[in-house]
Design a protein around this ligand. Structure first.
Ligand code: URA
Ligand code: SF4
Length: 198
């Protein structure tokens, strides 16, 4: 698909399916859905957990405090936010920012799966435990699996996945070690980009 065709397919899914979605209870308390945004033909795709208050208000992913940090990380990688794609496991804000429940994650997975299929990034970076668990189909905790290469097998060829900590976790535990670990994960993703051929 060309970038134009990808953009069209994403827009159509958002407008015709996601915006009116009532497949799980998260539809009840949302202000609006947060589909995701960025370059439809991005090399790098970030996958977070779900909208928080600011995202719910603005309809855009990662626009709060976590988003500020993510923006810095993207810049440090040598990219602009517009050059990557940013999505979430669930498209509607869980009440009180609780972790999405298994049933909600399952209900929303159809959309993220198709987003990955359309965008076909060269690398996926999952942010935090829920995204890693879902995309990799694993029960392993994020502390154990971060920093190690995995793959998303739902497309052919599979997409390399680097799980890292969520920006919100990093903000809560802003230690030298955590920061170094996340930066090392992001650098590994960059290296993979440079050596990866479609
Ligand atoms: N945290 C997330 O996981 N996603 C967002 O979009 C914002 C904060
Ligand atoms: Fe639909 Fe996903 Fe929102 Fe649930 S979280 S209502 S599945 S868009």
């Amino acid at each position: 698909m060309t970038r134009q065709q990808k953009a069209q397919a994403l827009l159509q899914m958002d407008q015709q399916e996601v915006q009116g979605c009532e497949s799980c209870v998260l539809c009840q308390q949302r202000t609006q859905t947060v589909f995701g945004e960025g370059d439809p033909d991005a090399q790098i795709m970030f996958i977070g957990e779900g909208p928080g208050q600011h995202e719910d208000e603005q309809g855009r992913p990662f626009v709060g405090r976590s988003g500020e940090l993510l923006d810095k990380q993207i810049k440090a990688m040598g990219f602009e936010r517009e050059q990557v794609y940013i999505a979430n496991v669930v498209k509607c804000r869980p009440p009180d920012n609780r972790t999405p429940l298994a049933g909600e994650v399952d209900a929303c997975w159809v959309y993220l799966r198709r987003q990955i299929q359309i965008i076909r990034p060269q690398v996926i970076i999952t942010l935090g435990g829920p995204a890693a668990k879902l995309v990799l189909g694993t029960k392993e905790g994020i502390t154990r699996i971060r920093g190690t290469w995995h793959a998303y097998e739902g497309v052919d060829p599979p997409v390399p996945v680097m799980p890292t900590f969520h920006p919100a976790y990093l903000l809560r535990k802003y230690t030298k070690e955590n920061r170094a670990n996340v930066w090392s994960d992001l650098k590994a993703a960059l290296t993979k980009l440079q050596t990866h051929t479609r």
